[in-house]
Design a protein around this ligand. Structure first.
Ligand code: GCV
Length: 660
């Protein structure tokens, strides 16, 4: 199937004033990543400016120069761009930095940003900037909304031009690590660490390496049993440790660019150390020791919880689970273990508080995990630009120390001075022609990379860049799409689940309104609505979750008056008549916001319709169709949620009151 180039689809602009003289590129060292950088520059300059750039070995005759320079402040990935006396120079200490600098120059051409004689310096904020694919080896994608995998098909690994183009897209926004297979490692995927797949992985890894990306794999903790015929996967057993040591030696000999492994253990049915009475630290450290000789990393997920919960038990709380499981292990993990923590304590809802594991583990490397595959945020049929949400998460103060205590500080290494940290996103790509199903969902892929590279960029700046790179310079197009993107997250929140409660989706596939529908919510565990009110009491008198935060956050959430209203029902059970700061009752707020949200969805569809003729027909129609669906679906959300709570709040029978 053919496919498009997303934001790397360069628009011809021959009126652009080229700031360098001559038509030659010079590089003072060569390697495959520098070659890639030069090829990217050649392609972009040709397509944007119509100029063929040749290569020269003579520095004096070059218009564009890529130069390696010892500069510890910049490091291997940082770069400087300077345009002086008709020469555009990109400098870095490493090949990766030169590639990122070249993509930055291309973006400047795309956005018509002026090249300056002053040095423009950039160094990535987060050391690890990763994409997690939940691709299965049969070609399906868990929570995939844009076609099938372009990495796997019928239990085979695909390595082709699309692999390269994917790597180009990822590298252009600074991604430096990719996990290619689903964290739920089952069946054939367990064999990815076996010899049978090594040739294809080698080819893929080489392509990735060219673009500065390290290949990572998800692994099955029970592999010693499933592949090695051992009778146990106990991390403290010598035979198991030896099996992993041998396996890693074998793997790294063939795949020297392997970054390491992502592990989902003792979670949602996946095997892990609990079976043997061992801890997550025992499990992670065993693997960490096996990869340490090759500088490998073990990224261990903290998404661990009991799936079923009895509705009468008001103390057990899924939100508590990550902290309860991992906090006692702080300080016990090896240096090359990184705990990967979802942004919230639950599971990628449209609104959640920040996980208290951020700031709760002072002696452990941490990565933030976000989801740009829109599992709970409209499945790439609704527009939902998520960068504003990620920014809020990054800015959250944990109070783990006096300063440098935000989530951003923790995952960029400012808090602990570590480099084994970063940000990962569950990616939203598939083999659809446009990569992301919804054309506007590509803004999340682009935006995620840009944000990790430079956490000080605003969501709006990023959106503007993406729009120009994707749709060109028409003012009206820019303004209207920007408006759509910037309103989309809050709009989605308004017509779906109110005030932080989350979850009101159909079971298993997690799409469409269903107040009691979520598969682990048969007993109303998640919203706890009765005829008097709704919400979950997570303070001291309830599950105690609020106390997992440091002060003053714990008190802020504990107290209903100071709890941010967008999270009111996440932390408190309140009556339907509870008065919000607007003066409206809680039930009125739910009712009104659902109407507002549906109206805003209709408005977004109108905005898009008004761009007809200004956007390539195929793209225009693709998006138009999805927006028409979103508009109708938002009404369905509105009506289901509003009628459910209206009915619930009207039941006059005191007998049915639940005691909290
Ligand atoms: C890959 C949620 C999703 C699952 C996903 C899981 C996880 O439960 O619904 O599909 O599994 O999160 O993050 O491991």
């Amino acid at each position: 199937m053919g496919y498009e180039s997303a934001w790397l689809s360069y628009k011809e602009n021959h009126t652009l004033k080229i700031p360098w003289n001559g038509s030659k590129i010079y590089a003072d060292t060569w390697g495959k990543t520098i070659e890639a950088a030069v090829t990217e520059l050649q392609r972009a300059v040709k397509e944007i400016c119509g100029m063929d750039m040749g290569i020269t070995g003579q520095e004096e005759e070059a218009g564009i120069l890529l130069k390696k320079e010892q500069d510890n402040a910049l490091g291997e990935e940082g770069y400087k761009i300077q345009c002086r006396d008709g020469r555009l120079t990109v400098t870095s200490q490493g090949e990766k930095g030169l590639l990122y600098g070249s993509f930055a120059c291309i973006r400047m051409l795309q956005t018509k940003e002026e090249f300056s004689a002053e040095e423009k310096t950039e160094k990535p904020s987060a050391p690890l900037r990763m994409l997690n694919h939940w691709d299965n080896m049969d070609g399906s994608i868990e929570r995939g909304y844009s076609g099938n995998s372009f990495f796997f098909e019928d239990n085979k690994i695909l390595v082709n031009e699309r692999t390269r183009d994917y790597a180009r897209l990822a590298a252009s926004v600074g991604i430096n690590g990719v996990v290619i297979n689903n964290v739920n490692v089952k069946d054939r995927a367990t064999w990815l660490i076996d010899e049978v797949y090594q040739k294809e992985l080698q080819r893929m890894s080489e392509i990735f390496e060219t673009y500065g990306i390290q290949l990572f794999l998800s692994l099955n903790f029970a592999a010693p049993m499933e592949l090695g015929n051992l009778d146990s996967a106990d991390p403290c057993k010598e035979a198991v440790q030896q099996w992993w040591n041998d396996k890693m030696q074998e793997l790294y000999t063939r795949l020297p660019n392997l970054g390491g492994f992502l592990v989902k253990a003792d979670s949602e049915g996946r095997p892990g150390p609990f079976t043997y009475g061992r801890t997550h630290a025992d499990g992670a450290n065993m693997l960490a020791d096996a990869v340490a000789p090759y500088h490998g990393k073990i990224i261990w997920r903290c998404f661990v919880y009991n799936c079923q919960q009895d509705w009468r038990d008001r103390k057990t709380d899924r939100a508590r689970s990550g902290y309860d499981n991992f906090r006692p292990l702080d300080g016990q993990f090896r240096e090359n273990v990184i705990l990967q923590v979802k942004n919230g304590p639950m599971d990628f809802q449209v609104r959640e508080p920040v996980s208290p594991l951020f700031g709760g583990m002072e002696k452990t490397n941490e990565m933030l995990e976000v989801q740009i595959a829109q599992e709970y945020t409209g499945q790439q049929r609704h527009v939902c630009y998520l960068i504003p949400m990620f920014q809020e998460v990054l800015k959250f103060r944990t109070y783990c120390q006096e300063d440098r205590d935000t989530v951003e500080d923790i995952v960029t290494g400012k808090t602990m001075g570590n480099t084994n940290c970063g940000i990962a996103a569950v990616i939203n790509t598939g083999n659809d022609e446009n990569w992301t199903g919804h054309d506007l969902a590509a803004a999340n892929f682009f935006g995620f990379g840009r944000l990790c590279f430079n956490t000080s960029l605003s969501a709006e700046e990023i959106a503007k860049e993406w729009i120009v790179c994707t749709f060109g310079h028409d003012r009206e197009v820019q303004e209207k799409i920007l408006q759509m993107l910037m309103m989309s997250w809050k709009t989605y929140e308004k017509y779906t689940s109110p005030l932080g409660i989350g979850w009101m989706v159909n079971p298993n596939y997690h799409y469409g309104p269903n107040v009691d529908g979520y598969e682990y919510d048969r007993w109303g565990t998640y919203h706890r609505a009765d005829h008097l009110g709704m919400g979950v009491c997570r303070g001291k008198k309830g599950t105690g979750y609020a106390q997992q935060y440091r002060e003053p956050n714990a008190s802020m959430y504990e107290n209903v008056q100071t709890c941010p209203e967008e999270l009111l029902l996440f932390f408190h059970y309140v009556p339907y008549t509870y008065q919000l700061k607007t003066g409206k009752t809680m039930i009125q707020h739910i009712y009104d916001t659902h109407f507002e949200g549906a109206e805003e969805a209709a408005y977004m569809a109108d905005l898009w319709d008004s761009l007809e003729g200004k956007i390539e027909t195929k793209v225009f129609e693709r998006v138009q169709k999805r927006l028409a669906h979103q508009k109708e679906h938002a009404k369905e959300w509105r009506d289901q949620i509003n009628s459910y709570f209206y009915r619930k709040s009207m039941i006059p029978d005191e007998k049915h009151r639940t005691i909290y």
